[in-house]
Design a protein around this ligand. Structure first.
Ligand code: 4NP
Length: 149
């Protein structure tokens, strides 16, 4: 199973999502591949935001080996599950999909926790709230592991 976490900048939310799911995958020895990217490319090559690094560290998760990269068309072919943090990310991912099979891989991550509600992981870049972002992604990742493992 190959899972791709997607947000706008790939420096705040999706690096946390990658780190959280990777830690569960490691713990349970699931052998899944986990990656993250951004729809924008604004922060290409950058480390995660220091506030994401800190909140992850507080939960014994190291995300400092991650570097921001932009979503590519090829990602829709390569990954099995593509998880958007909000509806804007979702729409940008769907634009790159070339067929129904690819479209069917794309989901809002919080729909695994709150089925059918289309809730967003709020963008913490300006407003903060990194701990709350961590908690909601963590709960969603527990559901994802339960569903696919
Ligand atoms: P992210 O947060 O999408 O969770 O990585 C953002 C990071 C940077 C910007 C916006 C959102 N930005 O506009 O630079």
């Amino acid at each position: 199973m190959k899972v791709l976490m997607v947000c706008l900048g790939n420096i705040c939310r999706s690096p946390l999502a990658e780190g959280i799911l990777q830690s569960k995958v490691d713990h349970l020895q699931l052998g899944w591949e986990v990656d993250s990217c951004g729809t924008s490319g604004f922060h290409n090559g950058e480390l995660p935001d220091s506030r994401s690094i800190e909140v992850a560290q507080n939960h014994q998760i190291d995300i400092t080996s991650q570097r921001s990269r932009k979503l590519q068309t090829q990602d829709l072919a390569e990954f099995d599950l593509i998880l958007a943090m909000d509806s804007s990310n979702y729409a940008d991912i769907i634009k790159l999909a070339q067929n129904e099979e690819q479209r069917s891989k794309v989901h809002l991550i919080l729909n695994f926790l709150y089925h059918g509600q289309n809730r967003a992981v709020p963008d913490p870049y300006y407003e903060g709230g990194f701990e709350s972002v961590f908690e909601m992604i963590n709960q969603a990742c527990d559901q994802i592991v339960a569903k696919y493992s």
